[in-house]
Design a protein around this ligand. Structure first.
Ligand code: ATP
Ligand code: MG
Length: 231
């Protein structure tokens, strides 16, 4: 089976003088991949590369069978909109938009993704995904996002990432603001929901306790991936 993501000897240089070397890896359909590393080791930068927000300076990266070298940033935006659900560390939701509106944003920027909504209607699919993330859809759906707890907001963000069946979910430390009980609850719900939709997961954390049940670990600490350029 062809890989969703294939990264070979990627290096990303910032004008500031850091070169981040990423070990070669690939992500197959349905696979759960954890990215581990200390603060500053390049985890978020790796997600930017896989999300097509930045391109590698050297090495190769193919996303959904297309080489990022051949694609404009506009084409990368489209590729991401169609294929990638994103969950951030925090501030995932528009605070004054309702839960429903926030989840619906998941398909706002891609016709392909809108057409992949399988339930009889968008609102039924949003209800199904909120319930899959253990949220009471009836009572929460029309509430502004800022009236939810942090744990509830992160589960709404997961529902949005899953809407429209993207083949890949990327998540950047989505549990770091949650207490331990809510962290493991979030992990279990996210893993179950993405498995049943068939999505692969690229999950960033600095907390090795969260990576139970992952198929592959990318470690950015060893060997040291960041190095100073010679002046
Ligand atoms: N916008 C930027 N401009 C210049 N350097 C940056 C920028 N963003 C990150 N860096 C540098 O790139 C390196 C990798 O940063 P990155 O944010 O990917 O780390 P991280 O592993 O996600 O860290 P954390 O766990 O703290 O989120 C760091 O040395 C950081 O200082
Ligand atoms: Mg980070």
């Amino acid at each position: 089976m062809t890989a969703l993501v294939e990264a070979t000897e990627m290096v990303f240089r910032r004008p500031g003088g850091y070169a981040l070397r990423i070990p070669s890896f690939s992500i197959s359909a349905g696979e759960a991949v954890a990215v581990l590393g200390a603060s500053g080791s390049g985890k978020s930068t790796l997600l930017d590369l896989v999300g097509g927000v930045v391109r590698p300076t050297s090495g190769s990266l193919s996303l959904f069978e297309q080489s990022t070298l051949d694609l404009s940033y506009r084409a990368l935006d489209r590729l991401r909109g169609e294929n990638v659900g994103v969950i951030f560390q925090e501030h995932n939701l528009l605070p004054f938009a309702t839960v429903y509106q926030n989840v619906a944003l998941g398909v706002q920027f891609s016709r392909v993704r809108r057409e992949r909504v399988i339930a009889p209607s968008l609102s039924e699919e949003i209800t199904r995904l909120l319930r899959a993330m253990d949220l009471d859809a009836n009572s929460l759906m029309h509430r502004p996002a800022h009236t939810l707890s942090v744990g509830q907001r992160q589960r709404v963000a997961a529902a949005r990432a899953l809407l429209g069946q993207p083949p890949l979910i990327i998540a950047d430390e989505p549990t770091s603001a949650l207490d331990e009980g809510n962290q493991s609850r979030f992990m279990t719900l996210l893993q179950e929901a993405r498995r049943s939709s068939g999505a692969a997961l690229l999950f960033v954390t600095h907390d090795a306790r969260l990576i139970d049940g992952f198929d592959q670990i990318i470690s950015l600490d060893d060997p040291a991936p960041t190095e100073r350029e010679d002046p």
